[in-house]
Design a protein around this ligand. Structure first.
Ligand code: FES
Length: 62
């Protein structure tokens, strides 16, 4: 299993740095990610589970 590092960003997303990683979507499809990407923590992204920058427009604080 490859290394995964998840870093929470204040008032923003969760940055993921990883080796090849599979994300199983709600419809059962699999997205393979590698390197760095950002997951939504605010719940407002139109591209969940990925961050689309909506957190800055909705005033997310955490
Ligand atoms: S954390 Fe960025 S859109 Fe939700």
């Amino acid at each position: 299993m490859g290394k995964v590092k998840i870093t929470l960003i204040k008032n923003g997303s969760a940055k993921v740095d990883c080796d090849k990683t599979e994300i199983v979507m709600l419809d059962g499809s699999v997205v393979v990610m590698e390197g760095s990407f950002f997951l939504c923590r605010c719940g407002h992204s139109k591209n969940k589970p990925f961050c689309d920058g909506s957190h800055s427009r909705c005033g997310f604080r955490d």
